[in-house]
Design a protein. Structure first.
Length: 111
């Protein structure tokens, strides 16, 4: 999370909710108006990843945003989606379900 601090990371999913098992994936939301900024960040640090896209609802409309999957040495995957900065302020990201932002059920910010 500290490595990605410039993108204001939010932890979501089973790791946040406390229901994760030993092999559970880690889900993060990052925020940047420059979608390529995260891609360049990963490339610059030689971090291996698979890229893709997610469909999310932000501000009442559906958008396609970039996603990246990183696989650690233990095989545990970290799934990252990159949302626009304005999504950071839309809806609640406290420990309760949120429908307005995306399909992950919980999210929380760690500084």
């Amino acid at each position: 999370m500290r490595l990605l601090a410039e993108f204001h990371p939010y932890l979501t999913g089973s790791v946040l909710s406390g229901t994760a098992g030993l092999q559970s994936d880690i889900n993060l939301m990052l925020f940047s108006d420059d979608a390529k900024a995260v891609l360049l960040f990963l490339l610059k640090r030689d971090i291996e990843f698979a890229d893709g896209e997610w469909k999310v609802r932000v501000g009442g409309h559906e958008e396609t945003v970039p996603s990246y999957t990183l696989t650690g040495e233990s095989g545990i995957q970290t799934h990252i989606i990159v949302l626009p900065e304005n999504a950071r302020h839309s809806g609640s990201r406290r420990r309760r379900p949120t429908r307005t932002l995306l399909r992950w059920s919980h999210c929380w910010r760690f500084d």
